[in-house]
Design a protein around this ligand. Structure first.
Ligand SMILES: Cc1cc2nc3c(=O)[nH]c(=O)nc-3n(C[C@H](O)[C@H](O)[C@H](O)COP(=O)(O)OP(=O)(O)OC[C@H]3O[C@@H](n4cnc5c(N)ncnc54)[C@H](O)[C@@H]3O)c2cc1C
Length: 450
């Protein structure tokens, strides 16, 4: 019989490496099997998002693992959205209150930081080039194939976590089990990453912001990197008028960028080369349930809930899974005794953040450039500052610990309230006309049930 404290993790990506640290801290013996080579020995792989937005939920989990300072050393604060309008003008929208920021971090650096910290832990063992090929759910053992020499390893486990991402092999093993629900849905949009080079190590646009070029049906965004470059990501439909399918030749790519993203195009001298060489990737939402099998096998992070990237929350949600599980272990004194509670708490959160992410695509690509929407945001900000108990949805998701599903529900109620407020005559005069503000106050107080 295998020792009860022995935990195996399939996948040592962002979530797997953080989970390893937290389980190690909780006193478990953790073996992490990762299919990629050791990142200390190799250059980062191409084709996956190069940098990500890290926010409160993720940071709280990193703090729990004791890696907050290391993370801060590799993070760039972003204070808000820097909007590049189609007419060439720019505007800035802060994300939250003064001092509230999100951070741009390199996926590779963050993963390396977490793995290095895990290396230091006496009870965490890392194995690279080991691909999980099979999980035997009756015998509770797992098979790994070494990518270098083809050898097969068979490991028994007390508990196994599938932290192996959106196309999880561990999840595949659960598919035939009784009443296992599974869905995967692709967006009609894909994405391509492009690098905006630095000017001798200096950022060529505002460094402390997330840049957005909203163009209604598609958009470009860019996040800063520590070396002075930006990683820009083009989100575009696969098919149709302005689509990846319609951008086949250099001149088509150039004309498209000149028309829609002229200032960005000027900053990417090798646009055609990059466009041709960088992959076009798809975006998927994965839902499944249950996440826990016989209290011995559990899914976490993207393996449990892969979402589209438009709220910048996929990794943050996965990190929060780890933090919540760690808190439960601390409370219950046992991992196995915490797994049911873990999935009970995290499944509704995973579904909600998936929905929020899909919703936010419309806000990012279309509404952030819309005057009425901006007025609404301005009114919301004033309500938030003047009336206690009102927090905009973005702040609930990004700067609070409120479970995602509660944020989603509250957000829907606030949305209806804002629709009423926007119907007030002369609402745009909210700062000049006292009666307008009084009407808003009355509606908000009523909406908050007071
Ligand atoms: C374009 C884009 C932008 C994004 N931006 C953000 C953002 O700004 N903020 C944010 O919070 N999230 C963002 N995300 C989401 C984020 O990338 C994911 O939620 C996060 O990477 C999930 O971490 P994970 O460890 O669960 O999965 P992954 O990061 O996919 O890690 C899984 C790991 O398992 C390994 N693995 C896979 N299969 C096997 C196997 N069979 N055996 C062994 N190992 C295996 C993989 O090599 C990998 O290392 C973005 C995603 C995309 C696509």
């Amino acid at each position: 019989m295998i020792e009860d404290k022995k935990v195996v993790l399939a996948g040592g990506g962002l979530v797997g490496s953080l989970l390893a640290l937290l389980l190690g801290k909780a006193g478990y013996e953790v073996d992490v099997y990762e299919k990629r080579p050791d990142p200390l020995m190799t250059a980062p792989e191409k084709g996956r998002s190069i940098n990500l937005a890290l926010s409160h939920r993720g940071i709280r989990a990193l703090k729990a693992a004791g890696v907050e300072q290391e993370m801060m050393n590799i993070a760039i604060p972003m204070k808000g959205r820097y909007i590049h309008h189609e007419d060439g003008s720019n505007s800035f929208q802060p994300y939250g209150d003064e001092g509230q920021v999100i951070y741009a971090v390199s996926r590779a650096d963050l993963n390396k930081t977490l793995l290095n910290k895990a290396r230091e832990a006496h009870n965490v063992n890392l194995f690279f080039n080991e691909r999980c090929v099979k999980v035997n759910i009756e015998e509770f053992n797992i098979e790994f194939e070494n990518k270098q020499d083809g050898t097969i390893k068979n490991k028994e486990f007390s508990v196994l976590f599938g932290a192996d991402g959106a196309f999880s092999q561990v999840r595949s093993a659960l598919l035939p089990t009784s009443r296992f629900n599974y869905s995967q849905e692709y967006l009609e949009y894909g994405y391509k990453e492009l690098t905006i080079p630095s000017d001798s190590g200096v950022h060529r646009m505002e460094k402390n912001a997330l840049h957005i070029w909203p163009r209604e049906k598609f958009m470009l965004i860019a996040l800063p990197n520590l070396d002075g470059t930006f990683t820009a990501t083009l989100f575009l439909p696969f098919e149709g008028e302005n689509s990846f399918a319609s951008l086949k030749t250099d001149s088509q790519v150039e004309a498209f960028f000149k028309k829609y993203f002229a200032d960005a195009a000027d900053l990417i001298p090798e646009l055609n080369k990059q466009f041709a060489e960088h992959p076009t990737s798809a975006l998927v939402t994965v839902k499944c349930y249950p996440w826990v099998y016989e209290n011995r096998i559990a899914l976490i992070g993207d393996a449990a809930h892969a979402i589209v990237p438009f709220y910048g929350q996929g990794m943050n949600a996965g990190f929060e899974d780890c933090r919540v599980l760690y808190d439960l272990i601390t409370k219950n004194g046992s991992l196995k005794a915490s797994l049911q509670e873990y999935q009970g708490l995290r499944k509704p959160a995973g579904d909600a953040v998936g929905q929020l992410a899909l919703q936010n695509f419309i806000e990012m690509r279309d509404l952030v450039g819309d005057k009425k929407f901006l007025l609404r945001k301005k009114i919301e900000a004033k309500i938030h500052h003047k009336i206690p108990g009102y927090l905009p949805l973005y702040s609930m998701v990004t700067f609070s610990d409120l479970p995602y599903h509660e944020a989603l529900d509250k957000g829907k109620k606030q949305d209806r309230l804002m629709e009423e407020i926007m119907k007030i005559e002369d609402v745009e005069a909210l700062t000049e006309k006292r009666e307008v503000w009084e009407k808003i106050e009355e509606l908000v107080e009523r909406g908050l049930g007071r």
